[in-house]
Design a protein around this ligand. Sequence first.
Ligand code: AMP
Ligand code: ZN
Length: 114
Amino acid sequence: MSDCLFCKIRDGELPTEIVWQDDQALAFRDLHPQAPTHILVIPRQHITSLAAAKKPDAALLGHLQFSVAEVARLSGVAESGYRVVCNSGTQGGQTVLHLHLHVLGGRAMNWPPG
Ligand code: AMP
Ligand code: ZN
């Protein structure tokens, strides 16, 4: 999608520190980190949100979760623990309309989330 921020990051049109990638997904640091470790994992394929995912996307969604675990291991937060957040839609707090998983770690997380 030509006007999508995360498609632009995927295509190298915006400067970003890519911390991990494979043929289906990539991970980069959030511009406004909410924790010492705050990394976004996105599918290379443009899917607007979790709500917009279709049944054929199921394997990719599983791959994204596995990618999160990989990124967490590489970032050194796997042992101490981390939180995975997927905001979907307006009331879910989604601001960038390209599916992404937030990986937050390096500090204790609060519950319930805001
Ligand atoms: P969400 O609110 O769940 O849609 O999350 C979007 C996230 O993208 C926010 O945490 C933003 O800080 C982050 N973000 C926005 N623009 C950029 C960018 N150019 N590079 C990295 N992260 C970004
Ligand atoms: Zn996109």
